[in-house]
Design a protein around this ligand. Structure first.
Ligand code: FAD
Length: 494
C-alpha cells in the first residue's frame, strides 16, 4: 500500500498542510508516502502560464525532488498532454502504487474545482479516498461574511474581519511540520520513481539559453531560497516597508510573490516571521510597516475569497456586470506599443520593459501600466490581464484578475472609474529622480533632470529622438476625456 500526495502550487516540504496530513496517514497505516506532480502542457496553455513561470516550476520540482529524497520519499513527475486525461492518469498511478488515499491542497479556480470534484467521485468507486485541503489561504474562503451573510466586496472591512478571525483562531497561523521520513524499504519498493527524472519544460513553453541563465540568477528556485529571501527581507527591509514600498527604483518590497505563487513559501510562514519581529502577537498593532506588509499578504486571501464566491470572474466577465458594456478599443498598434514598452510615456515603458526582461514588475508600476492600458488607451483590460499572465513569474489568476479589476475599475473594491492616474504625476511622485526610468529605458539614460519623465514636453525631445525613443502615442488629457465618456456611456447603457 501507499498514501499519495499530489503537488500543485505547493512545491515545498515545510508547512504544507496536505503533505503533512498525507505523511501522518501513511505513518498511521504503516505504508510509505509517495508524491507526484503532473505537468500539463494543455493546462499551461489554457492558463496562459508564462514560460518564465514554467521554467521556475521545473527548477522548483528538481529541488523538491532532492529534498524529498533525503526523507526517502519519492517525487514522480510526469507530463500528461491533455488536461482531460489528468484524473484518469492519477487513478491509474494510484492503482499501480496500490494507494488507498490521495491528499492534495485546494485550488479555487473553477476548472480546478471541477476537476477535483470529478476525481473524488471516480476514486470513491475504486475505494480510494481523497482529501482536498485549504492551504494557500490563511482563512478558508466562505469563512468571513458581512452582517448580512455575504462575501465582502470591499477590502478594508474584510481585512478587519480577517484579522479578528485569525486572532480568535490562533491555530490558523500554526505551521505544519515537514513530512516524516519513509522507512528505507520505500527506496527499493519505488526504485523507479526515485530514478525518474523531472522532465524539461514542454515544447510550448521553452525559453532561450539567455533567458534561462538570466532567470536562474534572478530567481533561484526552491523552498530554501524562498526562506532565505524571507529572512533577509524581515531582517533588513520589513521595518521600512511603508516608506519604501511605493518606490520602484528601490528594493523596498520582498519580491517573494514568485515563491508564494509556486508555493515554495507559505503565507503562514511569512506572516509568522514578520509578526515575530513585532513586539506584539496582534497583526493590527505595533510596528506600522510590519502591519502593512501582513495586510498586503492578506490581499492574496481576499482575492481567493472573491474568486471562490463569484466564480464568474474566472470566465472573462467583469465583477461589475454594468461594466460589460464599455466599448473598448482594439487598436493593435497601441496594444503592441504598450506590450513592448514603446508608448512614449517613460514610466509605462520602463515598467513594461522590466516585466519583459525579468518576469516581474513592481506593484506601483502594475497599477500605472494597467490604468494606462484601460483608461488612456481604452483597450480591453482582459488583453492586459492575459499579457501579464503570459509574462509574470508570479502570475496568479486571482491576484492578477483582482489587480486588473482594480485598475480598470471593473472589479471588486476598484479604483472609481473617474479616478484616472496621470502617468506623468505618478512618475514624478514615485520615481522622483528618474532612476527607475533610466535603468529600464536606456534611450533616456543621458536625459538630465525632470525631462526624463516627459522628454518631448520638457526640452529633451531631440536627444530622445536621436536615441530612438518614441513620442507619446496619446495625449493624456484627451485620452482621459475619452475614457470618462466611454465608461459613463457603458455603465448607463445597461
Ligand atoms: P510585497 O510588497 O513584498 O508583498 C508581499 C506579498 O503580498 C506579495 O508577494 C504578494 O503575494 C502579496 N500582495 C501584495 N500586494 C498584493 C495585491 N495587490 N494583490 C494580491 N497580493 C498582493 N500579484 C501576484 O502575486 N500575482 C499576480 O499575477 C499579480 N498581478 C497583478 C496585476 C495587477 C494589475 C496589479 C495591480 C497587481 C498584481 N499583483 C499580483 C499584486 C502585486 O503587484 C504583487 O503581488 C507584488 O508586486 C509582488 O511583489 P512583492 O512580492 O515584492 O510584494
Amino acid at each position: 500500500g501507499a498514501v499519495v500526495h499530489w503537488f500543485k502550487n505547493d512545491l515545498r516540504t515545510a508547512d504544507n498542510r496536505a503533505l503533512r496530513a498525507a505523511s501522518e496517514a501513511a505513518s498511521k497505516a504503516g505504508v510509505p508516502l509517495v508524491t507526484m506532480y503532473l505537468v500539463s502542457p494543455e493546462d499551461f496553455e489554457a492558463h496562459l502560464t508564462s514560460p518564465v513561470r514554467v521554467d521556475f516550476t521545473i527548477r522548483n520540482l528538481k529541488v523538491l525532488k532532492e529534498e524529498l529524497a533525503k526523507l526517502d520519499i519519492p517525487l514522480y513527475v510526469e507530463t500528461v498532454e491533455k488536461r482531460k486525461d489528468i484524473p484518469g492518469r492519477i487513478q491509474e498511478l494510484l492503482e499501480e502504487w496500490d494507494a488507498s488515499h490521495l491528499y492534495t491542497n485546494m485550488e479555487y479556480e473553477v476548472d480546478e474545482l471541477r476537476r477535483e470534484a470529478k476525481l473524488v467521485r471516480a476514486l470513491a468507486e475504486k475505494d480510494i479516498s481523497m482529501d482536498v485541503m485549504h492551504d494557500t489561504v490563511v482563512v478558508p474562503p466562505g469563512t468571513l461574511t458581512t452582517g448580512a451573510g455575504n462575501q465582502y466586496a470591499v477590502y478594508t472591512p474584510w481585512y478587519r474581519a480577517w484579522v479578528a478571525h485569525v486572532h480568535a483562531h490562533p491555530h490558523l497561523l500554526e505551521l505544519f511540520d515537514p513530512p516524516a521520513k519513509n522507512h528505507v524499504s520505500a527506496r527499493t519498493k519505488f526504485k523507479d520513481l526515485f530514478a525518474s527524472r523531472v522532465p524539461d519544460a514542454p515544447a510550448n513553453k521553452r525559453i532561450t539559453k539567455d533567458e534561462a541563465e538570466r532567470f536562474r540568477a534572478l530567481w533561484p528556485a526552491g523552498e530554501h531560497e524562498a526562506a532565505k529571501r524571507l529572512e533577509m527581507f524581515c531582517e533588513e527591509k520589513v521595518g521600512k516597508y511603508t516608506a519604501a514600498r511605493n518606490l520602484p527604483a528601490e528594493t523596498g518590497t520582498s519580491s517573494l510573490s514568485a515563491h508564494f505563487s509556486a508555493g515554495t513559501l507559505s503565507t503562514r510562514t511569512a506572516i509568522r516571521m514578520a509578526r515575530d519581529r513585532n513586539k506584539t502577537k496582534k497583526l493590527n498593532a505595533g510596528n506600522e510597516s510590519i502591519q502593512r506588509w501582513i495586510s498586503e499578504i492578506a490581499w492574496r486571501d481576499f482575492y481567493k475569497h472573491v474568486l471562490a464566491r463569484w466564480p464568474y470572474v474566472c470566465m472573462n466577465k467583469p465583477f461589475k456586470p454594468e461594466y460589460a458594456n464599455i466599448s473598448w478599443s482594439y487598436d493593435a498598434a497601441h496594444f503592441a506599443a504598450w506590450c513592448e514598452g514603446r508608448t512614449g510615456f517613460p514610466i509605462v515603458d520602463a515598467a513594461m520593459r522590466q516585466l519583459n526582461h525579468v518576469g516581474w514588475m513592481h506593484n506601483r508600476c502594475r497599477m500605472i501600466v494597467a490604468s494606462f492600458l484601460a483608461k488612456d488607451l481604452l483597450i480591453d483590460w482582459r488583453m492586459g490581464e492575459k499579457y501579464f499572465m503570459g509574462h509574470l513569474i508570479d502570475g496568479d489568476f486571482a491576484s492578477n484578475n483582482g489587480g486588473w479589476g482594480f485598475a480598470a475599475s471593473v472589479g471588486v473594491d476598484p479604483q472609481p472609474y473617474f479616478r484616472i492616474f496621470n502617468p506623468l504625476l505618478q512618475s514624478e511622485k514615485f520615481d522622483p529622480d528618474g532612476e527607475y526610468i533610466r535603468k529600464w529605458v536606456p534611450e533616456l539614460k543621458g536625459v538630465k533632470g525632470d525631462a526624463v519623465h516627459e522628454p518631448y514636453g520638457r526640452g529633451a525631445g531631440p536627444e530622445a529622438k536621436k536615441k530612438g525613443y518614441p513620442e507619446p502615442i496619446v495625449e493624456h488629457k484627451g485620452a482621459r476625456e475619452r475614457a470618462l465618456a466611454a465608461y459613463k456611456k457603458g455603465i448607463s447603457s445597461d
